[in-house]
Ligand binder design. Structure first.
Ligand code: FCB
Length: 466
């Protein structure tokens, strides 16, 4: 496998829509609803060698310490295949593409010196997308902190927030003339997980850092929002939260209370901070216990107006009266062990509408790791991932229901555009609507991707979306 071989062409197997099994139909969603797919830098780019000018991220350190695991050295080689990948996105009929910028590619040490080559890469990506009529949705931080900053305390240090604002300024100065949709952070809750022992970089195991790290992420978000707004009032600025609703295992008061506490401690924490300007009591108490200072000014910074909320949705959890997360007997699950339950998405969105004054919502990630088999069809590879098609269809139906119930949902992004590095779980957990051959890097649009393209067509025809 070479890093620079870009001769491969995306392959589109002959697709016979199995409409009797998974419909291709018009959904009752808002006019102008955005249809896209998501990726993140470390999971797909590769191109991390010295020649790229990119600095190290916490993930290189993480995988160096665990050399038996798959890592992001090559990933999907997107860094070298960007133009072909954009052509594929266009051919698939997607209207929007959500990607992240790698901070260490822009500022190898996390601060100070700027790597122009890194900025140029994203500038070319944005130009390529726009040229092909695909709207870029840019995320500033999808988990790849520059390793140099981790050595200075990482997200446990408030200094990192200032550096993040500086980095944001550099990126928006270069791309703000063309990128309209900006996201500060992807999934603060999972970033925190990397500090408290849950198998993600930087791989710390210190539960007492939980609130400090989460609060710093919220502060960094607030500072980045200011930096973006100071560049231009016309940008659409938001954040992406992973939300996992906690549902009670029975209707007893104890179980309902335990489920509420679980939700508040892990998820409402961020929602309350962002949209109410205060943290839930369970989080404030934890902050006090660990001596985390949270001022009124901090909360004002966190509670700035946002233009949208991105939600990554994969699963719900069922919690018993002792606060324990239960495995639901006979539940359908993905390879991640995540329960498939689209109806819970509708319930969560309707509940959130009652609990918060929210900006418009985009589902910025949703998808399933399932067993994929590459077969030969007419001399070409094909992946008949009917189950993934069902999964995506059911979740779009769930959004349609929420939308009809008055929730303001503006878009859906499938996770992921292509099979990629599922962090510490490696390449075996494939979420893509495009298959990536690990040896040749050849892309093959799966049946789910072909089906999704047809759904997009049916839902955008005659609306000025092409
Ligand atoms: C989300 C992450 C994304 C991917 C999916 C499966 O939590 O944002 O990078 O790992 O899960």
């Amino acid at each position: 496998m070479t890093k620079t071989d870009s001769n491969n062409t995306a392959i589109f197997p002959v697709f016979k829509p199995r409409t009797s099994q998974v419909p291709i139909r018009h959904f009752a969603l808002r006019p102008g609803f955005v249809w896209g797919a998501s990726t993140s830098a470390y999971q797909i780019e590769g191109g991390i060698g010295a020649e790229s000018g990119r600095g190290r991220s916490i993930w290189e350190d993480y995988f160096d310490a665990r050399p038996h695991l798959d890592n992001g050295e090559i990933a999907c080689d997107h860094y070298n295949r960007m133009v072909e990948d954009v052509a594929m996105i266009k051919k698939m009929g997607l209207k929007a593409y959500r990607f992240s910028v790698a901070w260490p590619r822009i500022m190898p040490n996390g601060k100070g010196e700027i790597n122009q080559e890194g900025l140029e890469f994203y500038s070319r990506l944005v130009d390529e997308l726009l040229k092909n009529g695909i709207e870029p949705y840019l995320t500033l931080y999808h988990w790849d902190l520059p390793a140099a900053l981790e050595k200075e305390g990482g997200w446990a240090s408030r200094e990192t927030c200032r550096h993040f604002a500086e980095y944001t300024q550099v990126v928006v100065n270069r791309l703000g003339d063309r990128v309209k949709h900006w996201c500060t952070f992807n999934e603060p809750e999972v970033i925190v997980a990397g500090y408290i022992g849950e198998g993600l970089a930087p791989g710390l195991r210190n539960p007492s850092l939980r609130v400090q790290v989460g609060h710093n992420l919220m502060l960094a978000h607030g500072m980045a929002v200011k930096a973006l707004r100071s560049y231009s009032k016309d940008l659409q600025v938001g954040i992406v939260l992973n939300l996992v609703p906690a549902e009670a295992s029975n209707r007893s008061k104890a179980a309902l209370d335990a489920a509420r506490r679980h939700w508040q401690r892990n998820y409402a924490w961020y929602l309350d901070g962002l949209f109410k300007g205060r943290y839930p009591r369970v989080v404030s108490l934890e902050a006090r216990r660990h001596g985390v200072a949270i001022s009124q000014e901090d909360m004002e910074l966190i509670n700035q107006t946002l233009d949208y909320l991105g939600i990554n949705w994969y699963l719900r959890q069922v919690v018993n009266s002792r606060g324990k997360v239960l495995r639901v007997p006979a539940a359908q699950e993905t390879l991640m062990g995540w329960e498939i339950n689209a109806a819970a998405l509708t319930r969560m969105l309707i509940q959130m509408k009652a609990d918060y004054k929210l900006p418009p919502i985009y589902i910025t990630e949703n998808g399933a790791a399932l067993k994929d088999e590459v077969v030969e069809q007419g001399g070409q590879p094909a992946v008949h991932d009917l189950e993934r098609m069902h999964y995506i269809y059911d979740h779009i139906c769930a959004l349609e229901k929420a939308s009809l119930a008055g929730v303001d949902i503006r878009g859906y992004f499938a996770w992921s555009l292509m099979d990629n590095l599922e962090w510490s779980l490696g390449f075996s957990k494939t979420f893509g609507i495009v298959h990536v051959d690990r040896k040749t890097m050849q892309r093959t649009v799966k049946d789910s991707g072909l089906w999704y393209g047809l759904v997009i067509k049916v839902n955008t025809v005659g609306r000025g979306h092409g």
